[in-house]
Design a protein around this ligand. Structure first.
Ligand code: FDA
Length: 365
């Protein structure tokens, strides 16, 4: 008998398992995939740790969370400095003085601000009706056309003029020559990959892989008095009210045995609509790994259907109404705790999902 069955070996499940196990509870983690780690999973490919479900960069301002993750793995100081490629020209991200220099040749913040203010004028007195107008109102036409339009349209699978304006609330500018994408105090990648970190979290915990809780729960429910469920909430209730919508991504991994360094940077965004992928990731640059081969991943945004991997929740009004129906049902499941990105139908960064799991579990021990 176990005190808890935890469904899902992603970060939410692993943090709960770690804390409960350390508190002397008997815990079983079950996972339908053939590996632990959830979407943060990294796979070793001859020394390169491949982020199989998209690039994962740990960043946080929360000192306690930073110290917590560092107790399971040593982190390097990786600073995310992505580039954008548009019509064969490269631009620095996030939008900063380097970008403005590359766009217009301006060298001072005042010169850059004058151009932006001038370009924003085309929206004077106009209430933005769609994402395109909203973006031009915030940043002017050049930054929008070159760096935002195509990328956003690929991400959503729709034209920017048919997307609602509220998707872009703010577009931060940095009026300094600073390519550090995140402004958080702590940032890095666990040396050896995320799988090793999560393996260390699960040290001593029973784990059962390739086991789909929803398909086989009758065989296991009598083995624990409480369940922590981190899978999709709508699937738990057999899509009773219909499926919650997601955007999906198809990842194409390519290995080059004769190329040591494919693109010279971990992340390059492709902001033209005509290039079908949104980004190319070169994994070895996350950890400055020295190998003769390299692995790159192209990310293609994709429509999502039930059965596909869910990545980004579409938290619009319609889906949030649906989610509330499922959440009300979940509140009636006395022996089940729902948590994590899929059960809460919420985009969480890693530090946020860890914080949420720590809060959940603190009420149990
Ligand atoms: P997660 O999905 O990781 O784990 C849930 C687990 O439950 C899965 O392993 C699943 O197989 C399992 N499961 C589901 N149903 C089951 C069933 N019926 N039976 C058994 N097992 C079941 N964050 C960040 O801080 N920095 C970053 O750079 C990124 N990058 C990033 C890129 C992309 C493309 C995405 C989509 C997301 C990110 N993230 C991120 C967010 C990060 O991925 C996220 O915070 C964590 O994966 C959330 O962990 P969970 O445990 O909630 O879910």
């Amino acid at each position: 008998m176990y005190d808890y069955i935890i469904v899902g070996a992603g970060l939410f499940g692993a943090v709960c398992a770690n804390k409960l196990h350390n508190a002397g509870k008997r815990v079983l983690v079950i996972e339908k995939r053939s590996h632990i780690g959830g979407n943060a999973y990294t796979e070793d490919n001859d020394g390169i740790h491949v982020h199989k479900y998209g690039a994962h960069i740990f960043h946080t301002n929360d000192k306690e969370i930073w110290e917590y993750v560092n107790s399971f793995a040593e982190f390097n100081r990786f600073t995310n400095s992505p580039l954008a490629c548009y019509k064969d020209k490269l631009y620095n991200l996030p939008f900063n003085m380097n970008t403005f220099y590359q766009l217009w040749g301006v060298k001072t913040p005042l010169e850059a601000q004058l151009i932006i203010d001038e370009q924003k004028k085309e929206m004077d007195g106009i209430e933005p009706k769609n994402l395109e107008e909203q973006a031009i109102l915030l940043v002017g036409r050049d930054v929008y056309e070159i760096l935002i339009k195509g990328y956003t349209e690929k991400q959503w699978g729709r034209s920017a003029t048919s997307l609602p304006p509220f998707i872009i609330k703010r577009i931060p500018f940095r009026m300094t020559y600073d390519n550090n994408y995140f402004s958080d105090r702590y940032q890095g990648i666990p040396i050896g990959g995320y799988t090793r970190l999560i393996q260390n979290m699960l040290d001593g915990v029973d784990i059962c892989l390739n086991f789909d809780f929803l398909k086989e729960k009758e065989s296991i429910l009598n083995q624990a008095s409480k369940i922590i469920y981190t899978g999709p909430i709508d699937e738990y209730f057999d899509y009773k009210f219909g499926p919650l919508e997601y955007r999906s991504i198809k990842f194409e991994h390519e290995r080059y045995d004769n190329i040591e360094n494919y693109q010279g940077n971990a992340v390059i965004n492709y902001t033209e609509r005509s290039v079908p992928y949104t980004r190319i990731i070169e994994h070895k640059h996350f950890e400055q790994i020295s190998t003769e081969h390299t692995i790159i991943t192209k990310e293609y945004p994709a429509e999502w259907r039930v059965g596909d991997e869910p990545y980004y929740p579409v938290n619009d009004e319609k889906n949030m109404r649906l989610f509330k129906l499922y959440r009300d049902l979940s509140n009636k499941e006395e022996h089940v705790i729902f948590g994590g990105r899929l059960a809460e139908y919420k985009y969480y960064d890693m530090h946020q999902v860890i914080r949420s799991a720590l809060q959940t579990v603190s009420g149990l021990i």
